[in-house]
Design a protein around this ligand. Sequence first.
Ligand code: NI
Length: 433
Amino acid sequence: MSSRILIEDATLVTMDENDGVIDSGNLLIEDNIIKSIFTAAEDTPGDVKVIPGEGKVVIPGLINLHNHAAMTLFRSYADDYPLMEWLTKKIFPAEARLTEADVYWGTSLALLEMIRGGTTTFVDMYYFMEQTARACQEGGIRAMLSQVFIGTEGCSEGFNTFEDAIKFIENWQGQDEGRIQTILGPHALYTCPPDFLKKVLKETEHLNTIIHIHLSESKFEVEESIKNFNKTPVALMDELGMFERQVIAGHCVHLNDEDIDILSKKGVGISHNPCSNLKLGNGIAPLQKLIDHGACVGLGTDGAASNNNLDMFEEIKLCSLLQKGTLEDPTAVPAKTAFELATRGGARALGMEGHLGVIREGAKADLAILDFKKPHLQPHNDPIANLVYSASASDVETVIVDGKILYNKGEFLTLDEERIYHEADKCAKKLRQ
Ligand code: NI
């Protein structure tokens, strides 16, 4: 028998082609799909769970395009270091001590935070990815998972190889009724030399999967690439043919005009991660310029070690304000555009446009419901501007993924909150030593 949920009399921020907002709308979910959206009273089937929507705003579930979920264990563990020192002196040595259990509990903690904040899909890259997949399976979230690997000696290698990453894809692709998708995650150009990336590209074609990589994150990375290959990281990726495949590139901060042209023309999915870029002192990506060139951009948090939370509402607000401030132009990245990045933009980067990041009939029932009966979200002038400039993750009241309620009014329905806090804290304590 089908399961049905009816959200009644709510404001629906659809983010469809018309960027429409429907006041006093009703939304019927059947199984894992948005079955119908209607405003006039309609006969609804008897066996339906009704969620009263008065004073509530329903949005498409947010899409976090770049994360290292298990790094919640390193939240507030190493702050205020330069990027390379942060990586080589603090993060890599701690990661070398990671166990499978650490990744499982660290990811579980990230799932609590993401679900609680309205994120329904995330893209991840980390070690022991099968533990991340296990946690996602239990939590019921939608995930695109890549087991990270590198092609050079040094760094925090040792426990996951390219071969492990392929095995992970073979074992987990399409699991959990398709909610778990697997992708290939070569770490970055500075840890994966060109010859190695050619091998990766071949495998990508063979597995028919997409690539998730860090790209042009720091000035140092770009300078090294120019010194070693006489090309920017983006131009090098292009020359290697990597952009003939679907790529999700994390960061893309330091870009010249030619890079922006390549990324836009090749439809590379860019994860713009403003909090992490600021915190690690990497600068501010030319977001408005990328948008002007028609680039495919979404938003991500990056790991909690460099953010230090997984609150997509912060990224949405910040991505808009940073462009306005740096360009000295208050019209830069307007509210609708910023919100679109976290919804439809993310879906586009994943090749899931029309299915995710949108409220329309036939789309996946991945939704978040926010309670707008709060001082900072009143009055009801413009719900999208309220979502972008005034709302935060804590305003999310209900989260639905694939037609299932995962979180409702302070209660997690799939995850054991207390146990996760306890176990994650134990793991973090051990890793600190
Ligand atoms: Ni990252």
